[in-house]
Design a protein around this ligand. Structure first.
Ligand code: PXG
Length: 459
């Protein structure tokens, strides 16, 4: 049998893709009708497709390619590690240098309460680990009733059973009988949609106090943890008011429940700090990581465990019956360590905080002047635009979601990746973008907004 694996034309790639490849979060039939865009290579902040188009990547792949594409250092780190020790596990009293070196580095760049990591293969697995760890923690502490984890509506914490359950996406819960027991969701801190006439800061307190109300409702002795993304990414770049996280911290402290930060998107410099919790001034007991930990060059995730939690798990816990074949995969760890050194050596996080982040935010906010845009918000290297029917009342069009898709298609056709979440357009560019790239992004975004407005007008 001869199997051809190098069809050359776009059509040939698409035909094989349709025939053999089920894509994530995809209407399979619809994609088969339209054909996938085939990305063949990438360099710096640009993607190249099979038609020869160059596309500015405003999404860092999927919120992950923080140091940009084409980094030889990362390829070399993987190559060298594969020659040295391509795989070994960390079960049964074994360990290896790359996992140890990365754990040490992670302890250095994390907030001071963290000195230990538990490795996973992805962000979803990290959040699954957190569910098991939180429940194990309370069991050991002699409070096994504290099983409930409180999360938020429209949160995204992954696609495994526990990850999707922690997440607050109704469409995901509807498929497969989720959430699993012991997970409950409160309002997301989304001022643009839920704030009404309240000033932002007042709304932030109001949204945070939903946590207090839910704790009282289910019984303080039954709650183990609260989990949140510092900024909700996949849910539409929901940036809480400044009052929100300090109030959440106060409530968690008051009831003695664990505070969990999902740093899968916000971690590793995206907000101009190593972790989002620092940017918002709160102090998590556990944090999940993935994506930017390797800049997407290798699949890797993990959970940073605070000394407070580790004291219980390590000193009193006995065996923790949990782990993955690829926990601490040597190649992924070697790449992550090199990636973190790039972030440190090139001062990338500081540059986002002090220079390119503020510049991106200043230019991004210019888009608020466009007739379609109800709000242009952002922080660090994340941004969102609300495409509305009426700016004053923050009202979306009745066919909510359609405008975002029109805009997204124009972006692709005009050499820019922006992601649409309903009628919210989103960017999370590689952290190495220069001012000239940011100018290019804004120019292209403005043009695509114009094209979208033209289409809406013609309908
Ligand atoms: N937590 C957060 C905050 C995430 O954004 C995960 C956990 C899960 O990570 P893994 O590695 O298991 O995918 C994520 C993932 C989107 C999109 O459409 C976002 C993610 C994944 C897929 C799509 O914006 N984030």
């Amino acid at each position: 049998m001869s199997v051809s694996i190098t069809p050359r034309t776009t059509a040939a790639w698409q035909a094989a893709d349709t025939r053999h490849y089920l894509h994530p979060f995809t209407d399979f039939k619809q994609l088969a009708n339209e054909g996938a865009r085939i990305i063949v290579r990438a360099d710096g902040v640009y993607l190249h497709d099979s038609e020869g188009n160059q596309i500015l990547d405003g999404m860092s792949g999927l919120w992950c390619v923080n140091v940009g594409y084409g980094r030889r250092e990362l390829a070399d780190a993987a190559y060298q590690q594969m020659l040295e020790l391509p795989y070994y596990n960390s079960f049964f009293k074994s360990s290896h240098p790359p996992a140890i070196e990365l754990a040490t580095l992670l302890a250095q760049v994390s907030p001071p309460q963290f000195s230990r990591v538990f490795y996973t293969g992805s962000g979803s697995e990290a959040n699954d680990t957190i569910v098991r760890m939180v429940r194990r923690y309370w069991d050991i502490k002699g409070e096994p009733s504290r099983r409930i984890i409180i999360s938020r509506e429209n949160a995204y914490h992954g696609s495994t059973m526990a990850g999707a359950s922690l997440g607050g996406m109704k469409s995901m819960h509807a498929q497969g009988g989720l959430p699993i027991p012991g997970i409950t969701h409160i309002e997301q801190p989304h001022w643009f949609e839920n704030g009404g006439d309240l000033p932002r800061d007042e709304y932030g307190l109001h949204a945070a106090r939903r946590l207090e109300a839910r704790i009282e409702e289910v019984g303080p002795g039954n709650v183990g943890a609260f989990i949140g993304e510092p900024i909700q990414g996949a849910g539409g770049v929901i940036i809480p008011p400044d009052t929100y996280w300090p109030e959440i911290q106060r409530i968690c402290d008051r009831y003695g429940i664990l505070l969990v930060a999902d740093e899968v998107i916000c971690g590793f410099g995206r907000l101009g700090h190593w972790f989002g919790s620092t940017a918002f001034g709160f102090r998590p007991d556990l944090m999940s990581m993935a994506k930017g930990i390797t800049s997407g060059y290798q699949p890797l995730g993990g959970v940073m465990v605070s000394d407070k939690v580790a004291e219980v798990l390590v000193d009193q816990g006995g065996e923790f019956h949990h782990g993955y074949t690829y926990s601490g995969h040597p190649v992924a760890c070697a790449v992550a360590a090199r990636n973190i050194r790039i972030l440190i050596d090139e001062g990338i996080v500081e540059r986002v905080r002090a220079d390119t982040g503020p510049y991106l935010q200043q230019r991004w906010r210019e888009l608020a002047a466009h007739p379609l845009v109800g709000e242009a918000r952002g922080m660090g290297f994340i941004g969102a635009l609300e495409l509305v029917a009426d700016k004053a009342t923050r009202r979306f069009r009745p066919d909510r979601g359609a405008t975002g898709l029109i805009c997204r298609d124009h972006c692709f056709a005009n050499g820019l990746v922006m992601r649409a979440v309903q009628d919210t357009m989103i960017i999370a560019p590689p952290l190495i973008m220069e001012r000239s790239h940011i100018d290019e992004l804004i120019e292209k975004a403005w043009r695509c907004l114009d094209l979208t407005a033209r289409d809406l007008g013609a309908r």
